[in-house]
Every structure is written in C-alpha cells, then in structure tokens.
Design a protein around this ligand. Structure first.
Ligand code: F6R
Length: 281
C-alpha cells in the first residue's frame, strides 16, 4: 500500500489524474473502473484538462463502474450513469461501445445481471485500474459494513448513514434503498486500486482502513489484502494515521514503487502492458 499525502483536494486530484493519465499513456487500451461521489470529481476534471491540453487519448480505454442505484433509469438526474457522463465521459473521446457501466434498471433478473457483469469484466481481461472513494462508515463501493471480504457483484441494502450522506444529491426524490455494487472480492481483483479520500470527515475511516485490523465491519480495510493499492489523501483525511512519517518517506520514492505501466515515462516494452496479459506484479 502506498499512501500519498497531499496538501489539499486540488493537489490530490492532480496527483490522481497524473497517475491515471500515465496509465492511459502507457496502456491506451486500459480497462478503467470509475467511482462516483464528490471525491473523484476533481480527478475527472483534471483528466478532461489532460485530454484537452495534452491530448490524453481515451479512444481505446474500456470503462467499468463500481456501483449504481437500483431502480434509477440510466438517464435519471441522480444516476451514477449520468454522473459519469457529466463529469468525464461527455468531455473526452470515449468510444461508446467501450462503456460497460452498471445499469440500475436492468430488465434481467438482478442475480443474473450481476453474474453477467462479473463475466463481462472477465471477458474483457479484468480491470487494470479501479478508482475508489471511501464512506465515512468505511464502505467501499456500496459494500456496507458486514460485507464479506469475498463478496462479488450483487445488490446491497444501503445503510442509514450512507443514505443520509447522499440526501443532498436527491433534492427531488428519496435516496434509493438498494444499489448494485461490485463486491469486495471483485474490487480486489483489479490490478491496481486508486483510493481517494479528502477532508477531516474521512480521517477516522481512512485510519481504520489503512492501519486498523482487516475486518468486514470496515469494508475498506480489504485494500490491505491488495498487492498494489495507492491512496491519495489530503492532509486532513490523513490526519489520524499513525505512520505518516513513513508514508511521506515512501512517497518520495513513488516511481520506484509503481508497476512499470503506471510510471511517468513510457514503458519500454509493450509486453509490460497489463492488457497483453503480462502483468508486472
Ligand atoms: C461511489 C461509491 C461510494 C463513494 C463513497 C464516498 O461510486 O462507491 O463508495 O466512493 O460513498 O462518497 P463521497 O466521495 O461523495 O464522499
């Protein structure tokens, strides 16, 4: 686990966008998993800027999504489908046939739909880079406290605290009670996890996830099982971490800790690219 402690949301968002941009540059057919919510909006804004100013090319990128509200039509103002389009997809050169966003209003029965989504991820060769936020209660995706560390894509009953946190987004309607989410086991199969957290209100959850015991009651602690997780925090979200000094030291050696295909310079060999099946870790 690499923990990058940045000054503020702006620097954190730029840092995360630089990592995603490097991954796309090194591997133009990157399979990218998106997350929604307040936290990654600055990351998406910076990716749009990189697309405009440095021609960051999304034409071969394949897009997956972490979760979605059940029962919301894709074009609903509050769906994550709409969120991804407003914040990123409408502003970069994504091929619409490369969009594999979870649908909260599938006409399949939901269990078959979830198995289909798992298969879709597998058929595409797995997710290379999964963007994540964290809930104040430690949720990851919509895996609420108590979710199995081995869980797969499935429906999830949202907790009262999660629904309260989202109420501001649903001015015209109630926050749905149910969502569909990648499971923790699904998330852990992504080759790299990029978890963002900003603000004091995330400090306790971040400390439990990073330095607390691995446990289902803090679903985000499951990232401790992942070989390559990168956390981008601002100093407020990092404020309850005990090992900050070490994280800052490690961050100074970041390039050496990243897999080849995430580094700043182009990978020397195409065979290093994860989409060729030759994963560097
Ligand atoms: C969003 C998601 C959630 C959020 C989390 C934090 O796709 O899966 O786990 O990442 O609720 O939300 P914000 O960023 O709004 O604080």
């Amino acid at each position: 686990m690499v923990v990058l402690i940045t000054e503020n949301i702006e620097e954190g968002s730029r840092t995360a966008a630089r990592l995603v941009g490097q991954a796309v540059n090194n591997n133009p057919a990157l399979r990218l998993g998106l997350a929604a919510g307040n936290t990654p909006t600055g990351l998406y804004r910076n990716l749009v800027d990189l697309h405009r100013s440095e021609r960051l090319d999304f034409s071969r990128v394949e897009i997956f999504s972490l979760d979605e509200f059940l029962g919301l039509a894709t074009n609903s103002a509050n769906s994550y489908h709409t969120f991804y389009h407003q914040h990123l997809l409408n502003h970069v050169n994504i091929d619409p046939t490369h969009l594999h966003l979870l649908n909260g209003q599938t006409d399949k029965d939901i269990a078959s739909y979830c198995s289909y989504y798992e298969q879709l991820i597998r058929d595409n060769g797995g997710i290379d880079l999964q963007i994540l936020g964290i809930g104040r209660n430690g949720h990851l995706g919509f895996n609420e406290p108590g979710s199995s560390l081995n869980s797969r894509t499935r429906i999830s009953l949202l907790s009262a605290s999660t629904r309260r946190g989202m109420a501001r987004l649903f001015t015209q309607a109630h926050v749905p009670e149910w969502a569909v989410t990648m499971g923790l086991g699904t998330i852990l199969e992504a080759r790299v996890l990029l978890l963002l957290a900003f603000g004091k209100q995330k400090a306790a959850a971040v400390a439990k996830a990073v330095e607390g015991p691995l446990c289902a009651s803090i679903p985000a602690s499951s990232i401790q099982l992942h070989p390559t997780s990168i956390l981008v925090l601002d100093h407020e979200a990092a404020s309850s971490l005990r090992n900050q000094e070490y994280y800052r030291h490690e961050a100074s050696q970041l390039e050496a800790l990243l897999p080849d295909w995430l580094r700043g310079e182009k990978s020397s060999s195409v065979a290093d690219s994860p989409s060729t099946g030759n994963c560097p870790f």
